[in-house]
Ligand binder design. Structure first.
Ligand SMILES: [Zn+2]
Ligand SMILES: [Zn+2]
Length: 129
């Protein structure tokens, strides 16, 4: 998929990405579940220099662990991205991209061993501990 444009819930934060695959990963780790109120969905990773914001004022960044930043809209709270600062690679919230959402492929689940028992996805996915 090429030239994607997405936005947060309030619409103040607009993100553009030049290119991305259709693959989506779910993370079941406790930090993602805390932030997302459940498992967190991510786009495939993209080099940081392919991602642009309309402005930086509404982009909040929380350094959740060494070399990891979690971005959110500081106006509406929408989760925006998960960034590895050392690798300079970013995964985004796939729900930002309304026009592409139906084309996405739920490919894999990570930190599957950390998943609590109260939910399970029916999708056929690659499952990694
Ligand atoms: Zn917003
Ligand atoms: Zn996680």
């Amino acid at each position: 998929m090429e030239n994607l444009q997405g936005q947060c819930l309030c619409g103040r934060t607009i993100i553009t990405v030049s290119q991305i695959t259709r693959d989506v990963t779910v993370c079941h780790c406790s930090m993602c579940r805390k932030q997302a109120a459940g498992p967190m969905f991510y786009t495939d990773r993209v080099p940081d220099n392919q991602i642009h914001f309309n402005q930086k004022e509404t982009v909040g960044v929380y350094p959740s662990s060494k070399e990891i930043e979690r971005g959110f809209c500081n106006q509406c709270g929408t989760f925006l991205f998960f960034r590895n600062t050392k690798q300079q690679m970013t995964s985004m919230n796939p729900e930002l991209f309304d026009e592409q959402i139906s084309a996405l492929n739920f490919e894999k689940e990570i930190y599957y061993d950390d998943k609590p028992d109260y939910y399970v996805f029916a999708n056929k996915t690659i499952k990694r501990p």
